[in-house]
Design a protein. Structure first.
Length: 620
């Protein structure tokens, strides 16, 4: 059953970077279930930061007269399109390079090549009036192990507000249509037949991130929770489940034709890795699933333990770990089943050097492993994941390079300005690790490939997508996790470069915004359980997007509507398609009906090589 809402939630606590107060009437940090930053951020307390900024600072960053409170394959896909291009020239740079460096070198100012501040000589004449120019990024590829991290800068992220229509009326979308997901209707079908809540989902993939069918069946994996729980209570009870359906069926039922196969792991298996077994809640969060020779599966996921008192307070920081488990997949004419997954390999814990850990911040982000092989580095397997920059919570670490403004840009900020406003509490990054053994149970951290210091606090579910020789880093984030003075919608964000470690260029006018939920940045967001009455009804319609072969994108439904009439989701949204070309990612409005494909449509793009024939069912 879907929940229909008609009002707010007294738990709501939403901060506005344009003001000094925290609206819950008490000091932060608090957990997400207390302040309601968003219901898909189980550690939302980190997002509810103390701000010392005054309103004048934040207001001068808004766009236009209306003042507002800012709220915190083409066919073959990914690697298939790149299989014939295995020679990528990489360098190992000691510093960040920009186009300006070539000019400086020509003038004989070789010393300027060592500068760590990007894009000083950027021409700001093409900047949107009232906004800074975006940072120049070269897309240059570096060795995967190089000590270089690309920056998603404040100058980049402020391009989102620059493209937003300051005159958009209440409930209208203020963002460019070509970057916006079509509006999803409220009368959606439920893929699980109301058996479980469904949210973060991903496909069965191979080493190239292609999506094989298994013996004539499509298979997807999802975070699920029993529907006896409230939708917003699902995060601490999440389990990994799976669905299957027949491949290559022309006409499917409205719900996508999926059958829920049940939970993947045996009871208690995922909790066995924790030395401290006194956890109050133990849960399984997002990851990815790879198929190997025959019917071997390896699932990479986030194992999490919470240690909470009876009153809901934390007696110690939560403990997220990146874990792998191996099992087998089987199928016959009636469906799919799995065995194994009893042994769990605790592979990575945040190190506090590259990636913030619980000692530095009890609300740190460390999750969502996605593994792949890089055709430019044969024989190696890499992993990207969500992290935070290693620093003690509240430490003033943001630099000129994190801000990314051109020298002399009249709309530039200083590090002190943005950190005085509290922006230094938002320090997301995308991590990288390399496998040390063939079983993919031992890994070594490498420096992060992207940081968003003083920009955003979450870069969830990152994935690498290769097309036409270009490497795309896609990630997702919430409107409520942006730093003070920055605003952007729920959705997919993309960055393009020449390798898995590159001076990544944010797509779409240098902003990074690849696929937005329809939103109105002129008005506060509200929350998924109490969406602002002036917001576009689709602002929370979809989240946890996953980019698939041929540019297809799947996501789950969160909330559709505004506070006077809204419906909660818990099932997969219609699939949409984006055209990916260079530094441009645009919505294909000719796909499906006005840009919306079938509900929960996650097609495979080839058949896994395995002898045909039904597998014997296990005895009861």
């Amino acid at each position: 059953m879907r929940g229909r809402g008609t009002g707010g939630d007294p738990r709501a606590c939403r901060r506005s970077p344009a003001a000094t107060e925290v609206r819950c009437g008490r000091s932060c940090p608090v957990r997400e279930e207390d302040h309601g930053a968003d219901d898909d951020d189980p550690l939302g307390g980190q997002r509810c930061t103390e701000l010392s900024a005054n309103a004048n600072y934040a207001n001068r960053l808004t766009h236009g007269v209306r003042r507002r409170s800012l709220t915190p394959r083409e066919s073959g896909h990914v690697f298939a399109s790149y299989r014939k291009q295995t020679d990528v020239t990489t360098t190992t740079p000691p510093r960040r390079h920009t186009r300006a460096l070539a000019v400086l070198a020509a003038l004989g100012t070789a010393a300027a090549l060592l500068t760590s501040v990007p894009a000083h000589a950027v021409d700001t004449e093409d900047a949107v009036p009232g906004f800074p120019a975006p940072t120049v990024h070269t897309q240059e590829a570096y060795d995967p192990a190089a000590d270089f991290t690309a920056k998603w800068t404040r100058a980049d992220a402020r391009q989102i507000a620059a493209m937003s229509d300051k005159d958009a009326a209440p409930r209208a979308n203020s963002l460019p249509e070509e970057f916006t997901m079509p509006t999803v209707p409220q009368d959606f079908p439920d893929m699980s037949n109301e058996e479980v809540w469904v949210w973060d989902s991903w496909t069965l993939t191979d080493e190239n991130a292609d999506q094989p069918s298994f013996k004539g069946w499509d298979v997807v994996f999802s975070l699920v929770a029993d529907r006896s729980l409230g939708f917003d209570d699902r995060h601490t009870s999440a389990r990994l489940g799976y669905f299957f359906r027949k491949s290559d069926v022309a006409d499917r039922p409205a719900d996508g034709g999926w059958t829920y196969g049940g939970l993947v792991f045996p009871d208690g298996a995922s909790g066995a890795i924790f030395e401290d077994q006194s956890f109050s809640h133990q849960t399984e969060w997002s990851g990815s699933t790879r198929i190997f020779d025959g019917n071997k599966l390896r699932i990479f996921y986030t194992g999490v333990a919470f240690y909470r008192n009876a009153d809901g307070t934390d007696r110690k920081p939560y403990d997220p770990r990146i874990v792998q488990s191996e099992g087998r997949i089987f199928a016959d004419e009636n469906g799919v089943w799995m065995t194994g997954f009893r042994d769990q390999h605790d592979m990575l814990q945040a190190d506090g050097t590259y990636y913030q850990d619980g000692a530095q911040n009890p609300f740190f982000n460390f999750r969502d492993p996605f593994t792949f092989e890089d055709p430019a580095h044969p024989g190696k397997t890499y992993m990207v994941f969500e992290g935070n920059t290693a620093a003690v919570r509240g430490e003033r670490i943001c630099t000129e390079e994190d801000l990314g403004y051109a020298e002399g840009d009249p709309h530039a900020e200083t590090p002190d300005e943005v950190m005085d406003a509290g922006a230094h509490f938002q320090i997301a990054n995308v991590g990288l690790a390399v496998a040390d053994n063939a079983a993919l149970t031992e890994w070594t951290f490498l420096p992060p490939i992207l940081s968003a210091n003083c920009v955003n606090d979450q870069t969830e579910r990152p994935q690498i997508f290769i097309k036409d020789g270009k490497y795309y880093l896609f990630t997702i984030t919430h409107r409520g996790t942006y730093a003070a003075g920055i605003d952007g919608p729920e959705g997919v964000y993309g960055f393009v470069g020449d390798g898995i470690r590159s001076d990544f260029q944010p797509v779409n006018r240098g902003s990074g915004l690849a696929l937005a939920s329809p939103s109105n940045l002129n008005y506060p967001a509200g929350t998924p359980f109490a969406p602002n009455v002036d917001q576009h009804p689709g602002q929370f319609q979809a989240y946890s997007h996953y980019v698939m072969p041929d540019g297809l994108v799947q996501s789950f439904i969160d909330t559709i509507g505004t506070s006077d009439d809204f419906v909660r989701g818990g099932t997969l949204a219609p699939t949409v398609r984006v055209d990916i070309d260079g530094d441009s990612v645009t919505v294909d409005r000719n796909y499906g009906v006005n840009g919306l494909g079938e509900w929960a449509d996650i097609p495979t793009n080839y058949a896994h090589s395995i002898p045909a024939g039904a597998d014997p069912r296990p005895l009861p």
